[in-house]
Design a protein around this ligand. Structure first.
Ligand SMILES: [Zn+2]
Ligand SMILES: [Zn+2]
Length: 381
């Protein structure tokens, strides 16, 4: 009989790297994960586990052709079709993602009703896109946690990660794991979200259809073990804590807006209306717009744009996506030089996330900041 391992057991075992083929079960991003771990998937004792994860994630970097400037248009190059990832076939609707994604779109559509409008809400939506999506997703989830392009004090890293959780783009461990496998197998099997399958799949289809591998604990252990060794990130995976963080920040925006509206007008119902406008624009609209901006990096920036580097994937630099996604649209640069904390490699490739990292570095909060290879070469020369 196979012994059942509790959540605490799995955490201890992830820490000690001593899984021995037991039946493991824990909750990750609300998905109950239960599977028999085959002997071939067992973790080998590895005293440099964190480094090994980073090596795994960045393995494709070393296999990239020489990143010499080529400025070719990917649309003029070869186009390849890709089948759905094997683990997603046959296509089965993933209701746990499809319902919240559809639901948030409906809630964001309330912005079309005048009752839910206020200029304060609109300004908050724009500000929050910068605050939550840039600090939480592009700076923290992507350049800090996934690629380790720099380090900040743990308290600040955790704060940024909470900003990312408030974007409802999955937990840090899940986001990081999926993005690392994207880099390892970009635009080939088993890339989770290549637009070479079709544009819809690369944009959002990969989220609303089941991907069996993404439900397995082994997947997280392989690609995000370094994060799960941190009790903070592990706790976010459990008891739907990530969801409560999102709901909690939405409630705070509503209550703050309602209190301000009530105080300004002296009328409680006007306070309610003002609070709802802050909630709809500052949270719902911002969440949905933030989703499409992030998804555009996966879809648009693998289809349309120019290329500075001849990478093996179809990544492109797309000016519009770069502007909207705080510099993430310089995606071909990023695929060619994944560890770099800067994605804009030319002076006119504007990169607000990099500017923010430079600011953090200037005040002593960001250290070991990795510059682009082209800049590093310049320094060496
Ligand atoms: Zn990346
Ligand atoms: Zn990509």
């Amino acid at each position: 009989m196979v012994p059942r391992v509790t959540n605490d057991d799995i955490w201890r075992k992830v820490n000690q790297l001593e899984l021995t083929g037991a039946r493991v079960s824990f909750h990750c991003a609300s998905v109950p994960l239960t599977r028999e771990i085959p002997p071939s998937a067992m973790l080998e004792p590895d005293t440099t586990a964190t480094a090994s994860v980073a090596r795994d994630a960045l393995a494709s970097e070393s296999s990239q052709p020489s990143p010499e400037a080529a400025s070719t248009d990917v649309n003029g190059g070869q186009t390849t079709r890709l089948d759905y990832p094997l683990e997603a076939q046959p296509l089965v609707f993933n209701w746990r993602y499809a319902i919240p994604i559809a639901g948030l779109h409906v809630l964001a559509a309330l912005a079309f009703f005048p009752y839910f409008f206020s200029w304060t809400g609109v300004v908050l939506a724009v500000f929050n896109l910068y605050f939550f999506n840039m600090l939480g997703i592009t700076l923290c989830y992507h350049r800090l946690l996934t690629h380790q392009g720099f380090v900040v004090p743990k308290w600040l890293e955790h704060f940024f990660a909470l900003c990312g959780v408030c974007c409802l783009e999955d937990t840090p461990a899940r986001w990081v794991a999926i993005h690392r496998i994207h880099h390892k197998h970009s635009d080939e099997q088993p890339d989770p979200h290549s637009p070479l399958v079709n544009f819809f799949w690369g944009h959002v289809g990969w989220l609303v259809f089941e991907h069996r591998e993404h439900r397995h604990v082994v997947f997280y252990e392989k690609y995000a073990r370094d994060l799960l060794r941190d009790p903070f990130y592990f706790a976010l995976e459990r008891y739907l804590l990530w969801l409560w963080v999102y709901v909690g920040h939405a409630v705070l925006f509503y209550l703050g807006g309602m209190a301000a509206g009530w105080a300004m007008t002296g009328d409680v119902w006007q306070g309610v209306q003002f609070g709802l406008s802050v909630l709809v624009w500052g949270v719902f609209v911002r969440t949905v717009v933030g989703w499409h901006i992030t998804w555009s990096v996966n879809s648009v920036a693998h289809v349309w744009g120019y290329r500075n580097y001849e990478t093996r994937d179809q990544s492109t630099n797309n000016f519009v996506v770069a502007l909207l996604a705080h510099g993430e649209g310089w995606h071909n640069n990023h695929h060619a030089d994944q560890r770099s904390a800067a994605h804009g490699h030319k002076w006119w490739e504007i990169d607000p996330t990099w500017a923010t990292i430079r600011l953090l570095e200037a005040v002593g909060l960001a250290k070991n900041v990795i510059r682009p290879k082209c800049m590093r070469k310049g320094v060496e020369n």
